[in-house]
Write a protein of this length. Structure first.
Length: 262
């Protein structure tokens, strides 16, 4: 029976049972007993497993070597779901202990399957939001990686931190302003838009963009900023009209020909 086919109380019991099974498996050094959860077809079972793994790492220091050994071993598993779940577990750990799991993300970025790589992006988002200094320092080293997909994934991964603290990620985004790959440029413009519509962020973004050299990319980003205030109008701090007015006040040199019409 799928996880969410269970009643609320049954789900709670299932979560507790999975956590206990993982703890016992780690104590007995039987990673294969954890693998069954990491490979489960049900997304929610896998999530329960990686959250439990992260919690055990945080709460029981004596289990940390066993958890780390298990996750490192799972990175070479034939099943992409096992590798994906291992990276997500490392993401839980990295919210406080990033340096202890950073090599897992180094390996995850090189995975041949998109699901583990997406788990790296998701993990960087949640880690960077609460543990930005080591996570952003790690991310920076990949901004000029020869693989365009890695550059794009890192750009996407640092987005969440920027929604509350754009000043933390704008210098990193700036390093991508001359990237010639369309997918990377598209993601860069998208991320700028995503951080600009949050409360208190637009002014910081507009001021920082004035220091960028690639003016065409800046103007593309300004288009996206105004457009995103319409697409996310139920969540944006400003109306589209207010955002457009602020953009025009800060970039009058665009003139009437470049003015964003809506």
């Amino acid at each position: 029976m799928a996880f969410y086919d269970l009643s609320k109380s049954e789900r709670a019991d299932r979560v507790s049972a999975i956590g206990n099974d993982i703890r016992q498996a780690l104590l007995a050094q039987k990673a294969e007993n954890v693998r069954v959860y990491y490979a489960d077809d049900d997304t929610y079972i896998r999530k329960t497993a990686y959250v439990a793994s992260g919690r055990l790492y945080e709460e029981e220091a004596s289990l940390r070597p066993a958890v780390h050994t298990m996750l490192a071993g799972f990175l070479t598993d034939d099943d992409f779901r096992v590798r994906q779940t291992a990276i997500n577990a490392a993401g839980e750990i990295g919210r406080k202990h990033f340096e202890e799991v950073r090599t897992i993300f180094d390996e995850g970025l090189q995975d041949t399957h998109h699901a583990p790589r997406n788990a790296v992006i998701g993990s960087v988002k949640k880690m960077g939001e609460v543990n930005p200094i080591p996570v952003l320092a790690w991310a920076r080293q990949y901004l000029h990686h020869p693989d365009k997909e890695i550059r794009r994934e890192i750009c996407h991964g640092i987005e969440l931190r920027g929604r509350k603290h754009p000043e933390d990620i704008l210098p990193l985004l700036q390093e991508l302003q001359h990237d010639h790959t369309a997918r990377v440029r598209g993601t860069l413009v998208h991320v700028i838009g995503q951080i600009a519509y949050k409360k208190g962020c637009l002014l910081k973004v507009l001021n920082h963009l004035k220091t960028w050299e690639n003016r065409q990319l800046v103007y593309d980003a300004l288009e996206e900023i105004v457009d995103v205030h319409h697409r996310y109008r139920d969540f944006a701090a400003l109306t589209q009209e207010e955002a457009a007015r602020m953009v025009d006040e800060h970039y009058p040199e665009r003139g009437q020909a470049n003015r964003i019409h809506r």
